[in-house]
Design a protein around this ligand. Structure first.
Ligand code: 2P0
Length: 338
């Protein structure tokens, strides 16, 4: 029976990925660095079996298939890659996939990263592909770029690579979770609604016409990758926070300057952005980062995380607060969802 399950955690970028150089192979314009979270996960079960006449996808309790965007543009494309790469294992078999996230889907909490990391690992196990971490991260990339980073635990760098076939484009761990166990992200969820512009569409438009794209790719990213790698190594919280916050603002500057504009922030987002800057002026060590959605992730250390969560709770427009730390990479589990 070709059935397997995997659990993968979402990751939050400290140096952001915003733009592809090859959409089919999902090759990024730049490298990026992230932290894999603990407890914000996707749990996915797959079963390849002749009894299925079509691929079936059940995502958070809702069924999708051909004709639905979730299937056609995401899981369907990924399965096509799997069937083309491993025809002897998968070509003639349909699959049932059931996946549940324990956090808001498509609202800038990297649900596609956790989802495709779990899916790639479950497919690897079910079809006995024998992929090790590096190859697994390259397979996950074909589902969603940021998924390549969720394969690994702790602090992770996704290498841009140079080769046109993507053979040197994968993620690897920079530091394990134990390197900096006090590191925290306090996530202020300002809405649980789906975002209007998917990252995929937004970043594609930014590459095409944002006047700031070239500076982002050629000047900003190389500098921030160096700074953040070094700050992580030295556990220099100030240097890390400053660079991560600037990187997020610059990514959003690129996005906002795109035609049509890609604006992910809402009123709650701005409340927390200003608050974090004020708290910092008052001596509380914290910085923010924001992804392709309105949630604000506050970078801090364990000693300040409860106080920061308490202060965030005092704002209107906050639907939820999640505290997370450096977490584990993808894991195979015997707990099947069907
Ligand atoms: C990141 N984001 O580095 C950045 C920051 C959004 C903002 O990775 O098209 O969902 O599936 O490769 O991976 C979101 O992009 O896009 C993302 P695809 P993905 O975390």
């Amino acid at each position: 029976m070709a059935k397997a399950s995997a659990i993968a955690n979402a990751n939050i970028a400290l140096v952001k990925y915003w733009g592809k150089r090859n959409k089919e192979l999902m090759l990024p314009q730049t490298g990026s660095i992230s932290m894999t979270t603990e407890g914000l996960n996707a749990h996915t079960t797959v079963e390849f079996d002749p009894k299925y006449r079509e691929d079936i996808l059940i995502l958070n309790g809702k069924e999708y298939g051909k004709g639905d965007e979730e299937y056609d543009d995401y899981v369907g494309l990924f399965l096509k890659v799997v069937r083309e790469k491993y025809p002897e294992k998968a070509k003639d078999l349909k699959v049932k996939i059931v996946s549940n996230n324990n956090f808001p889907t498509a609202a800038g909490l990297a649900s596609s990263a956790a989802g495709f990391a779990a899916l790639a690992a479950a497919v690897n196990e079910a079809l006995k592909l024998g992929l090790r971490e590096k190859e697994l991260s390259m397979l996950a990339r074909r589902g969603s770029g940021s998924a390549t980073r969720s394969i690994h635990a702790g602090f992770v760098e996704w290498h841009r690579g140079e080769n046109e076939d993507g053979s040197d484009c994968y993620a690897e761990q920079l530091f394990p979770p134990e390197h900096w166990p006090e590191f925290r992200l306090v996530i202020a969820v300002t809405t649980k609604k789906d975002k209007k512009v998917k990252s995929r569409a937004g970043m594609s438009q930014s590459v095409a016409n944002s006047p700031y794209y070239k500076a982002w790719r050629d000047d900003v990213i190389p500098k921030h990758i160096e700074t953040i790698r070094k700050a992580l190594g030295e556990k220099d919280f100030k240097a890390l926070g400053e660079a991560a916050e600037t990187n997020a603002l610059m990514m959003h500057a690129v996005a906002i300057a795109t035609t049509p504009p890609v604006i992910y922030w809402n009123a709650g987002t701005m409340d927390i952005v200003h608050a974090v800057m004020d708290w910092r002026d008052q001596g509380l060590e914290c910085y923010f980062t924001i992804d392709g959605g309105p949630q604000v992730k506050v970078l801090c250390l364990e000693k300040d995380s409860k106080e920061i969560a308490k202060r965030i709770r005092g704002f209107p427009n906050i639907e939820d607060i999640i505290i997370t730390r450096p977490g584990q990479g993808v894991k195979i589990t015997k707990e099947h969802l069907f």
